[in-house]
Design a protein around this ligand. Structure first.
Ligand SMILES: [Zn+2]
Length: 291
C-alpha cells in the first residue's frame, strides 16, 4: 500500500436471529452453529437476539465463540426488548440495567464487542425520559465493566419510543462506550419516509459527524431492511421471501455513499423471516459497485 492511500473499506453483511433457511439447514442442531451456516452462504455477521432475556447457556456461548472465530463471523448481541431506561419506576430501571449487564457479559463470553439495545419508551415527558436514560447508563459507565464491549443504542421505529436520531446522538455524546446503532428502516419509518436518494443518507452522516466526530464512522453498525410505516412510525418489517426488495428504504443509494466515502460497516438485515435474502441482496449490490 502506498503512503497516504486509503485502506479499502470492509463491509460485513449479516442477519439478526436465525431465519427459516437456517432451521432448514444441516446446521440447525444448535443455534451456536449459525456462524458456520452464515459462512456456507457467504455472509459475515450475526446479531444474536436475546429478545426475551439473556439466557444463552455457557456451553452455547462457547460454541458461538469457537464457530465465529473459525468462520470469521462478526458477532453482536441484541439485548432484551423490554429494556426501558427512561422509566420513572426504579424497579424497571434496575431490571433494565440488569439486562444490559447480562448482555455485556454475554458479549464478553462470545467474544463480541457490540451490545445493541432499545432505550425504551419515551412516555409523556420525552425530555425527562431522555435525561433518565442517560443517568441510568452513567451507572454502567461508573461501574466500568465494559472491557472491550461498546454499547449501541438503536434508533427506534415508533415515534412513541426514545430513539430519534437526535436522541441517540445525544446519548452517545454523553456516554463513553456508546455509539449509534443506525436502524435505517426505523429512522425512515419514524420520520414518515425520509430516505429516498443519496443526499438523504449524506445528511444523516453529516449529523452523526457533527455530533460524534469521524470516530463514529469506525464503528458503523447498520440495520437495513424494507419496512411498512404509518403516522406513528413502524408498522412491520417486510418479508423478502419470494419477492424482490421494492419497498423503501432503498439500499442502493446507501451503499453508494458507503462506497464513495470508503466507509467500513457491519450491515445487519432484519427483513421478516428472510434476513439472509436481504443481506445477500445488499452484499451483491455492494460488490457490483466496488472496483
Ligand atoms: Zn433494528
Amino acid at each position: 500500500m502506498m503512503l497516504g492511500e486509503n485502506k479499502r473499506a470492509t463491509l460485513r453483511f449479516g442477519v439478526a436471529g436465525n431465519p427459516p433457511h437456517f432451521w432448514d439447514s444441516e446446521f440447525r442442531k444448535d443455534r451456536g452453529y449459525a456462524p458456520a451456516w452464515l459462512r456456507s452462504i457467504g455472509l459475515d455477521a450475526l446479531e444474536i437476539q436475546c429478545t426475551y432475556g439473556v439466557r444463552t447457556p455457557d456451553s452455547r456461548a462457547a460454541l458461538f465463540r469457537e464457530q465465529a472465530d473459525e468462520h470469521d463471523i462478526a458477532l453482536s448481541i441484541h439485548g432484551p426488548y423490554y429494556i426501558t431506561l427512561g422509566t420513572e419506576d426504579p424497579q424497571k430501571r434496575e431490571n433494565s440495567l440488569r439486562d444490559l449487564r447480562k448482555s455485556i457479559e454475554l458479549a464478553k463470553k462470545v467474544g463480541s464487542r457490540r451490545v445493541i439495545f432499545h432505550p425504551g419508551g419515551a412516555g409523556k415527558d420525552r425530555e425527562g425520559s431522555l435525561v433518565r436514560a442517560i443517568d441510568a447508563l452513567r451507572v454502567l459507565e461508573v461501574e466500568d465493566e465494559f472491557g472491550d464491549v461498546e454499547l449501541f443504542p438503536e434508533i427506534a421505529g415508533k415515534v412513541g419510543q426514545l430513539g430519534s436520531l437526535e436522541e441517540i446522538l445525544t446519548i452517545c455524546s454523553e456516554i463513553s462506550h456508546a455509539w449509534p446503532c443506525l436502524d435505517l428502516a426505523h429512522l425512515h419509518a419514524r420520520e414518515g419516509g425520509s430516505f429516498h436518494v443519496q443526499a438523504d443518507y449524506e445528511q444523516m452522516f453529516d449529523r452523526i459527524e457533527a455530533a460524534l466526530g469521524t470516530e463514529a464512522f469506525d464503528r458503523l453498525h447498520i440495520h437495513m431492511y424494507p419496512i411498512e410505516w404509518g403516522p406513528k412510525g413502524e408498522v412491520r418489517h417486510i418479508s423478502l421471501e419470494g419477492a424482490p426488495w421494492t419497498d423503501e428504504p432503498r439500499y442502493e443509494p446507501f451503499l453508494d455513499i458507503l462506497a464513495a466515502r470508503n466507509l467500513s460497516a457491519t450491515v445487519i438485515c432484519e427483513a421478516k423471516n428472510s434476513q439472509d435474502i436481504g443481506a445477500l441482496t445488499m452484499q451483491a449490490a455492494y460488490r457490483a459497485l466496488s472496483p
